[in-house]
Design a protein around this ligand. Sequence first.
Ligand code: DGJ
Length: 729
Amino acid sequence: MIRYEEQEKAFYLDNGRITYCFGIVKGQYLESRYFGRKIRRYRGSARPWYFDRGFCSNPDPEDKIFSLDTLPQEYPCMNQGDFRQPAFVLQTPDGRRVSRLVYRDYTILPGKPPLAGLPAVYAEQPGEAETLAVRLEDRVSGAQVRLYYTIFRDYDAICRHVEVENPGSESLWLERLMAMSLDLPRRDYDLVTLSGSHLQEKVPHRRPVSSDTVLLESSRGASSPQQTPCVILTDPNTDEASGQVWAVNFVYSGDFQATVQAGQYGGVRVQMGMNPLTFGWELAPGQRFVSPECVLVYSAEGLNGMSGVFHRLYRQRLCRGPWRDRLRPVLLNSWEAFQFSIDEEKCLALAKQAAELGIELFVLDDGWFRNRIDDRRALGDWTEDPDKFPHGLARLADQVRTAGVAFGIWFEPEMVSYDSDLYRSHPDWIIRSPACDPILSRHQLVLDLSRPEVCDYLVESVARVLRRTGASYVKWDMNRHITDLGSAWLPAGRQRELSHRYMLGLYRVLDQLTGQFPEVLFEGCSSGGGRFDAGMLYYMPQTWASDNTDAVCRMQIQYGTSLLFPPVTMGSHVSAVPNHQTGRTTPLSTRFAVAMAGNLGYEMDIRTLSEEDRAELRQQIARYKALRQTLQQGSFYRLLDPCRGNDAAWNFVSQDGSKVIVCQYRVSADPLRRTTAVPLQGLDPEAVYRRQSDGALFGGDELMYAGLSDHPVRQDFTSLVTVLDRVEA
Ligand code: DGJ
């Protein structure tokens, strides 16, 4: 899959469907050449014009038409005459930031080596992937920079990351180290990004790339709900079903920066990596630094084609552990039912009723630990509250299991309250500057996970509860962003390392816990989807997609989230109405039809349901179980975008193609009762499908090209779920 062509001095990564090509120019510079649909060779047919342009610096004084400022570069550095964004900025002991990165050699490795201490896509068998490591040397500092590229046999994706080594005798300081940089050729592109906020995560925004630099970033200590470490470039006419897409996603959960920079002569530079605003690293003699990785996806089949690659890759080669391939349980979470006011009796009553309805897992959310009567206290003290649970959590867990559902529990381990034993005994364990009082958020402080003993404390305090209760599920929450970046543990010269060291500490904690408890299903959460990223999915195969459970808002959130992440990774719950975030009342059937398109759960006081609603819930859950293999492990296609109109739709196709599930939604009632016939995707045009509701037969071609009508209902917030089975012709 990887080869070097000496004649063209070019590296090719090619899996028969996509080709990524870059070459060596003048024996030392790496030139981006091609990334797209498979081509046999790239001999320079689309080469840009080079001539002596104003202000262009010339590294070779004898060659005035050659300038790094116009060369499409693979990994540009600072102060070398390319005035676009550098990917690599290194400070040398003399305080200067001048580099001269030059090509040295390459190696090709079978499989994909892991990234020490970091989440990363993996290969299970060496033959599944191949990795190219290209070594560059900084002639100024002597630093060795290795660019890694992995291509997969079965996924149309390239993974890239960078390693830097200091073979010298003095420290060097990394100031900017992008995991990837790519110069794409001049053409018209649209840029799609996923930004939002708490309660409105991952909203797609699309605009043409015309000039200037678009900056996407987080310096919040988490990937954040505000922006997503993801850049999607498309042809202007690309839609869900057709057109070209080049996408980059960062496998990292902390601060990031992504830039999309339009070049002065056309061409676009895309970079992604840790955010230089909160990153710096002292590279002591002999040390090596490994960047997190980026996943690059190319699709010629529109945004659904791109999502299909991300979904399969992340589901099969990023998520790990036994839960990767298992069907996920339907859960009931206590939060929206009780908030902090929980106790043994209520929990048990809820769990018993949950079991009767067919729910499989009861999750005890926030409020279970000593003194936790509200959000002002007790974070950090992970021991159960004897007032709320007089017989202990272990007994509650046993009783819940006896009732017929598994037991799961909530933690927010990275945080501490002022009013906690943990803070009182370790005031130096928090992130803060000694110069001023730390800023609070939800009344809480952030623990300094760069300190090994803090990480050890977290592992032990979570593990103790899991051992005692035998919990088979953990919800791992994180409800504030990081201010006051300062560590009492790190020396002054290493304070800039805190953000990344925090992430390394968190990843170590998660690695140890998931290693110790492989059977436990972990779900990430950060006030909803505030840290819904590829980094977290490596440790926890699902994430609570949003605190906003309103069905109408959720259509948009799940639609946007699905650009990158498969439905099985999206925790989505049916909650009570009027919705606690929006006040909107939507029918139970529609709440279900939206939540079942993710990883289904319930979050309401089911004790108070009417008999009619209870019967409906029972039916929903049975229906979900019958369909969940397709919903959780099938392919997913977006059909109608709820951010753009009154209708939304998507469809699922089972792995073997035998079942199709179509979900159609209408937000406000249409007085004209117009029909929306939505063309399905991913079906076999030659096959025939039978609609379960009435036995009607339709050809796959008809369903994909003519579409499937919704039904006329005089009501707001309606939904229609259609199941079709492939039948023998
Ligand atoms: C924020 C989460 O998103 C909620 O689901 C809930 O777990 C609360 N935290 C509990 O404090």
